[in-house]
Design a protein around this ligand. Sequence first.
Ligand code: PLP
Length: 389
Amino acid sequence: MEFSRRMQRFGDEVFLALDERKRALEREGKKLYNLSIGTPDFVPPLAVRKALAEAAMDPDNWKYALRDTDELLEAVCAYYARRFGVAITPDQVASCYGSQEGIGHIGLVLCDEGDTVLLPSPCYPVFIAGAMMAGAEPWYYPMTAETGFLPRVSDIPEEVARRAKYMVVSLPSNPMGSVGTPEVYREIIDFAKHWDILILHDNAYSDILYDGLEGGSFLSYEGAAEVGCEFFSLSKSFNLTGARISFLIGRRDVVAAFRKLRSQIDFGMFLPLQKAAVAALREPREPVLRQRDDYEARRNALCDGLSSIGWETPRNAGSMFVYTKIPDGYATSAEFCLALMERAGVVCTPGSGFGPLGEGYVRFALVLPPEELKKAVRAIDESGILKKA
Ligand SMILES: Cc1ncc(COP(=O)(O)O)c(C=O)c1O
């Protein structure tokens, strides 16, 4: 069977090799600290689990949902008003099965074959997959140490800006853990207006910022809702990664077109999940803030621990990841990750998995408590891997 040319654009070799080795080590009974995947180990709120379970007992809730309920859309609007001070209306909101799926499909709404889209590099891989899915051509703007891991629209040449359809911006960023500033957002909005480019802001980590920083919404900036939309996921704030609940929020024509696309391929989000989402959106803020503090303790344990054993790792400002340069003496981040897993039992993700500009770095997900992270640091130290150079 000859599969489509589209399929040839998706690569997974590095991850497959690492995953196979990880499973072999697990079978051999090796103690592993798995910091490779960003799925929280914290529990979902009780009210959310109850809402889902109760709604699932009602046979009527097993029918096709067909659309987002008014209750759900209004709960999103109320959340945006309360949490971000942003006034939106239900016609500015559309659900999707996680930002992953939404970003994977939105290119089909916005692009034709060969169109240009602006993506950060390094970036969360579905940004690239979404562009590929639509047959669009990514143009990568750098978010590297040189740019402070932030977007710099002045890096985008005029002839690229002129033909670009949309630009993905995602802060706090994965894998880099950088956090946006009002100046960065204002520059992006001016740039988008000037070149008529749609901004897609992926807001997965609005509740995971450190050192007293407050997360927000892209839509809180003046003019944002005219030039863009935001993917707002419940996955990380409420530990609902497996439930797949996110929303596209913002520019009305884009939201309407996104709904139209979805209506061709989908019959709506399972009603018990819609109920669970409403419960999450009505949760008090305190547990979310406590959890942020827990993440901060983890970040401190890992960054400070690694720095203390001679692997200098600056503290990142947000997200549930730590991103750091690989030690000298390794040709690629994948080679280093394999060695780290074999020798120290610490599993992380090579930066090359986030695009070419991620090479030379690795990403750790903060999915273990501080005590475990300290043990992982000790295992790295004792393995002698840092002394290779
Ligand atoms: C930047 C970013 N966007 C989106 C996602 C996926 O979110 P969801 O669970 O809503 O699909 C992640 C998950 O790690 C992420 O890091």
